[in-house]
Design a protein around this ligand. Sequence first.
Ligand code: ADP
Length: 428
Amino acid sequence: MITPNWTHHAMRLSAGTLFAVLLGWWVGKPVLLPAIFLLAYLAWQFYNSIRLYRWLQSPDTAPPESMGMWSEIFDGIAALQKQNIKRNLQYQSVIDDFEGMADAFPDATLVIDSHDTIRWFNDSAVQLLGLKVPADQGQAVTNLLREPAFAEWLALQGRIHTKLEVPCPADDNITLQISAVRFRKNQRLLILRDITDVQNLERMRRDLVANVSHELRTPLTVLLGYLEMLKAQPDKPDPKAIKRMLKQARQMHALLEDLLELSRLQESDSRDGTGEVDVYMLLAQLEEQANDIDQGTHDLRFDIQTGLNLRGVKADLSSAFQNLITNAIRYTPAQGSIRVGWQESNAGLIFSVKDSGVGIPHRDIPRITERFYRVGSDRNRRTGGTGLGLAIVKHVLHSHDAKLEISSVLGEGSEFRCIFPLERRANA
Ligand code: ADP
């Protein structure tokens, strides 16, 4: 930046004034001549100030020609302006790059404010959702995505971080998966991904597993029936072999039942069959069944809060709770204790199963809800598990906005806690 040489200009002004004083004194006008000089100097300053003002009104034009101090001021401002233009061009190029990147992003991306009003969206949002520029900027996002589930989900964001799947408003054959990210103070970024292909593949895989399981169930039932019949006969040919065959056939049957249950859960919409579930009644039934299976082997106790009902699908919840209770029975040595609880707390509505069983190694805990994941294959072979129980639990909890917490100490026991959000509480 050009900096005027102020000392030089001050000296020139002082020299001029001194010369006017001396000249005035010599010609006998010691006041008039310096006064005329200073007035002329003031007029020159004023004139240049006006030129500066006019130039600043249209800064794109070349700077006014001047001399002395003003020439340096004009040149200094012109240099500053050049710098600003260069910097603005750089900023603009960064913004253009960002917009280009955002438009090339295959997922529809929208920025919404605290009133759910659309502030910005990319090209993919235009194509995927049929948004119009600029008409849809400033519209409420719920006016464009009219699914009731979407409005509910949006209201819950911040407390629950799940993804939502909805049909595309522009084309029913497309399924969108929506996720939300909070940014800045009150804004949210909505990312809508077309998951139709992934869903189709997933459906094909599920259909295959369900169909094979279904087809295998009938012949296996027949086999099981004959084996049971053979077992009951007093003069059976090889009792040991029949016993082993029966054990394997029952294991296979349990596996098919779990596979069919899992595919039923995946197939059904989480909203189908949702109603008020009387958890007290449900757990009373499960307690009876658990006692039948356990036959007094363990110290099995239920501590259930009454009048604490849940909004959900009864059959699915029953299946999840039953799996956790059966696991506790299966993985706790005889005489061990099992506590089943259902309570309300600040964290939510909690269903818990605590046992004093074999426990789970720390490194296996994050993986035990995966299908067919086993903590040591030996353990499962002995207990007759299918490896699908916790996958079923996880699926049911997910569709009920609940989470599963597992804590365990190897050799001391485990606790499984299903935490449902308080919003899931139904009026008892
Ligand atoms: P399975 O039907 O074979 O029991 P799950 O999916 O229910 O399969 O369980 C997965 C794994 O988690 C099993 O290998 C089992 O070892 C372990 N597990 C589940 N529940 C318990 C428990 N209460 N105590 C110890 N281990 C458990």
